[in-house]
Design a protein around this ligand. Sequence first.
Ligand SMILES: O=P(O)(O)OC[C@H]1O[C@H](O)[C@H](O)[C@@H](O)[C@@H]1O
Length: 283
Amino acid sequence: MASIRQMVHANGLEYLQINSERCEARIFLQGAQVEYFAPTAKAPLLWVSSADEYQPGTGGLRGGIPVCWPWFGNHPNKDWPAHGFARNKVWDWIGTQVEDEVVTLKFTLPTSQFERQYWSHDTRVELEVVLSETLSLHLTNINLGSESVTLTQALHSYFPIGDIHQLIASGFSGAQYIEFGEGPYAQDGDTVSFVRETDRVYTSLASVQRLQCPLGTIEVSRNNSTSAVLWNPWIAKSQRLSRFNGDDYLQMVCLEAANVLEDAVTLAAGQSHTLSTSIRWLD
Ligand SMILES: O=P(O)(O)OC[C@H]1O[C@H](O)[C@H](O)[C@@H](O)[C@@H]1O
């Protein structure tokens, strides 16, 4: 029988502990951040740094799936926080459905948590998390106002890959990317391997990628998203990152379902848009 328990971490953050016949998961209300997900009898599909202390309001947990909203990355206004403000805010848990041991949970960021100096628009944002052998996230924006609204966003998934030197990421053929503010570069072949800091914003990217690593093969798919971010900080940037151990870069990679650059979302009055990603072990 599936169970959903509301718990409080020793450091004060509230989370939901989900156990079902199909999987185990933890979702923190701060950021509506999925922090742990493992299908039954399989290894965890998300990575979290052991350096994170689970403190409230510190830029989201360093791992799992932070929700970057209502902008991704650095804002043109340099004083604004990277990746928006939603990952630091406490979301409301507003819905639960359990059917055939598939648990669906719904969250919204209440407008009282909006940083109005950054986001004056009349919008509603919801995150639906579907937990079975696969983890699926659906991030919906609804424009309730009378003027059009443009936003960028990402579901910033951190994956455990065992050894970055042995990781082969595939499904990139035909795409282009911007890296460190330069490009667009044409993707060379279908695969990416990692030998240095990698921080690519892909455009025109196919909807399915695979991460083949010593732990197995993870499949990551996206819907309503033609852009995605591929990130590993490598050695020098690891030293500068908060809540990150110096050698954590060996164990993780981020492949983030996004709506960025020309894939930014523009919603006319009354319109909505749902960005989705699904993650599973292939073997
Ligand atoms: O340290 P954070 O604000 O969580 O950002 C972590 C990383 O997120 C994304 O993947 C960006 O492309 C990186 O440039 C950034 O370093």
